[in-house]
Write a protein that binds this ligand. Structure first.
Ligand code: ATP
Ligand code: MG
Ligand code: MG
Ligand code: MG
Length: 470
């Protein structure tokens, strides 16, 4: 049953509409009136106020397909079969209306009857002491106890900062031993690509406050999240989410531009997948009004765009290319997300300008780096001094990881110790400069900005990750 991604989305929303849910289009990626969150990372996030009783929902049953960004998963993108920074989350929600019983039974009905996913491939997880959920799965749905695993807080208790939270129950698809890992106890919850978690049912019964207390919500809620790309991957029986109909279409465009055959070299495949993922994220972020900058959401956007551009370089792509690639994103997602079509020219312009800006930085840095490499070859040395690496990065804004990758390819390395020393010196300089400026507010402000800019560049990915954890 090889349904396309766009068809699966439609079926999901139709199904829950038939169960009297109000179907709403995705909310923007930029949270509205929610300072606690940088970017929407789950279907429930824009509905938080309904869950907390701060606002009345238009209906106590809703269903959406929500655009999500999770930069915390960036290291996994292209490496695992199932992680993206941008993805769509299908969700059905109950605001104090139905609870575990309906959520579980409808969930099962949808995937086994409507999507016709074979029951024998499915496994269930519940929170370790959630006997109620276990009983429903076992006695009502008829899942044998060996197929229901009890997992701890890390996997099966859902909370994101403060706010509504609770135990959850996940549905997994077993792709068989060929996707398994070496772990003898490989089972749902294992980090490998065999048991794919694809639907999480959260039984929101608590409200976590700033002091870490779990307060009972007056009426328990349901919040479920199913990764659309993941279900498509399982249903289309392809290896990764990058091989599903819509995303493969974008990936094929990357391959056309790079001229690097997909499937010939793992490292290059990862770069190809990273570009494919990041151009989706970038396109949707710009469509929702985010502009590249050095802080907040704009910084997330800038890093994603530059990371994609950088991987383009690693594939040997010359010149700007991301602005062309966004067309394919619009092709496959434009119908479901009309804002992409409406703002197409604008999105393209924003991407192109930012790409060119980065291109200048890269070109300049490459020239300098080539000189350094020549010097090293002539002097028979295998390490690039920390001083030089730092200068490239600090003075010329050339990404450190790019320096690393390029010189590693030549069999060279960066002198990490002296690089660290330079970093430390720079931190001290910034610190002293701030102190010397005294109390003149605005100067201090500018300098502290420069300082964080430097440190955030250095720890780039970690900062990007922490953006996601809210
Ligand atoms: P995982 O353990 O695989 O990282 P998760 O437990 O973090 O997933 P949830 O927070 O439960 O994910 O989100 C609900 C659903 O959203 C998941 O079951 C999955 O189908 C999907 N999902 C989560 N993260 C991603 C991602 N980075 N890319 C694509 N789909 C995702
Ligand atoms: Mg995760
Ligand atoms: Mg999980
Ligand atoms: Mg989960």
């Amino acid at each position: 049953n090889k349904l396309g991604l766009n068809e699966i989305r439609k079926r999901f929303l139709d199904f829950f509409e038939s169960k009297e849910h109000l179907v709403r289009p995705s909310y923007p990626l930029v949270p509205q009136d929610d300072a606690s969150l940088l970017l929407i990372n789950a279907g429930m996030a824009p509905l938080k106020n309904y869950f907390m009783g701060k606002e009345n929902p238009p209906k106590n049953r809703m269903a959406t397909c929500q655009k999500c960004i999770r930069t915390g998963d960036i290291e996994n993108v292209g490496v695992t079969s199932r992680h993206a920074t941008f993805f769509e989350m299908l969700g059905n929600f109950s605001f104090g209306d139905y609870f575990k019983r309906e959520s579980i039974n409808w969930g099962w009905e949808f995937i086994t009857k409507y999507l016709e996913i074979p029951e024998e491939k499915l496994w269930i997880s519940v929170y370790e002491n959630d006997d109620e959920a276990f009983e429903i799965w076992n006695k009502e749905v008829g899942i044998s106890p060996e197929r229901i695993v009890r997992l701890g807080k890390k996997d099966n208790f859902w909370e994101i900062g403060t706010g509504p939270c609770g135990p959850c129950s996940e549905i997994y698809f077993d792709r068989g031993e060929k996707y398994g890992c070496k772990n003898e106890n490989c089972m749902p919850g294992c980090d490998c690509d065999r048991f794919i978690e694809f639907w999480n049912h959260v039984f929101t019964q608590f409200d976590k406050d700033e002091n870490g207390n779990y307060n009972n919500l007056p009426k328990p809620n349901i919040d479920t999240g199913m990764g659309l790309e993941r279900v498509a991957c399982l249903m289309q029986d392809v290896e990764t989410i990058f091989d599903i109909d819509t995303i493969k279409y974008i990936l094929d465009e990357v391959v056309k531009i790079s001229n690097v055959r997909y499937g010939s070299d793992l490292k290059k495949d990862i770069s190809t997948r990273i570009i494919t993922d990041h151009i989706r994220a970038v396109t949707f972020l710009v469509a929702d009004g985010v502009l590249p900058s050095n802080e907040g959401r704009g910084y997330v956007l800038r890093r994603l765009l530059r990371r994609a551009a950088r991987h383009g370089k690693l594939l040997g792509i010359e010149g700007a290319f991301l602005y062309k690639l966004m067309d394919s994103v619009v092709d496959v997602s434009g119908e479901a997300y009309p804002e992409l079509v409406q703002k197409k020219d604008y999105i393209k312009k924003v991407i192109h300008v930012e790409e060119n800006k980065f291109q200048e930085t890269i070109d300049q840095g490459m020239d300098i780096l080539r000189e350094y490499l020549e010097d090293m070859k002539q002097n028979n040395t295998k390490t690039l001094s920390g001083e030089k690496a730092f200068k490239l990065y600090d003075t010329f804004g050339f990404p450190l990881d790019l320096t690393k990758e390029i010189i590693n390819e030549e069999g060279f390395d960066i002198d990490k110790e002296s690089f660290e020393e330079e970093m430390e010196k720079q931190r001290n300089r910034a610190r002293n400069a701030r102190q010397n400026e005294g109390s003149e507010g605005w100067k201090e402000d500018i300098l502290s900005k420069i300082d964080t800019q430097i440190t955030t560049e250095f720890i780039g990915y970690e900062v990007l990750s922490s953006c996601a954890t809210i």
